[in-house]
Design a protein around this ligand. Structure first.
Ligand code: SF4
Length: 222
């Protein structure tokens, strides 16, 4: 078992309340890889991190927003950070932008229950400002851990903040959208954040072009 998987498995056991592990050193046979229940692990980690105070956003948030959807999804969507509705409910993408995202997914025959949705930072930046570098650095390990557990086959980054953070390229959204990328060896698309589409409805036609490409890739996996 590789190091990451072993770490995840031990964390899973600890969070599940299992204190002792007995290893049979007399057996020469290689034991099968243990199954990690992604749904349970994601739920346990959500509870574990709910009171995180690793960055100043902890002081102003109401609710920590870890992520929602299917922890075994092939497609994971990553936005920027929670807004006011998310901060109030503890759920990601539930406000107007979230409703638009639901409609965007529906347009490519997907429901929110079939994908997993999260953000770069898990607590709301005041007045919806962009998250600061130190806040992103503090929070990013949570997102990377989610990706390790969920193991999506495709990523869709919503907006420039998510794209600049994960792809480590400082360019325009238009330029990000012109090609697919790889984040941690996962094929990655970039499109507009639904909040930007609410402010600029003219951009919806460009988002539709991105979504159609993503749809073709997604359904080719099936
Ligand atoms: S934004 Fe992330 S690192 Fe900062 S307090 Fe919230 S969960 Fe912790």
């Amino acid at each position: 078992m590789d190091h990451n998987k072993l770490k995840q498995y031990l964390e899973y056991l600890e969070l599940s309340g299992i204190q002792d592990i007995f290893v049979d050193r007399t057996s020469k046979e290689k034991s099968p890889e243990p199954e990690i229940d992604a749904k349970k692990l994601i739920s346990l980690l959500n509870q574990k991190y709910a009171n995180c105070d690793k960055c100043p956003l902890a002081e102003t948030r109401n609710k920590f927003c870890y992520g929602n959807g299917d922890p075994q999804a092939d497609l994971m969507l990553i936005g920027e950070g929670p807004g006011a509705d998310e901060d109030r409910t503890g759920k990601v993408f539930v406000g107007r932008a979230g409703q638009l995202l639901t409609r965007m997914l529906k347009a490519i025959n997907l429901s929110r229950e079939e994908v997993y949705i999260s953000n770069i930072v898990k607590c709301r930046p005041p007045q919806n400002r962009n998250p600061k570098k130190e806040e992103i650095e503090a929070c990013l390990p949570y997102l990377n851990e989610q990706i390790d557990i969920i193991q999506p086959k495709l990523l869709l980054l919503l907006g420039r903040v998510a794209a600049v953070t994960l792809l480590n390229i400082d360019t325009t959204l238009k330029s990000f959208r012109q090609q697919t990328h790889r984040y941690r060896d996962i094929k990655t698309y970039v499109t507009y954040h639904p909040s930007a589409l609410l402010r600029n409805p003219n951009w919806k036609k460009f988002a539709w072009v991105d979504l159609k490409k993503l749809r073709d890739d997604y359904f080719a996996l099936k």
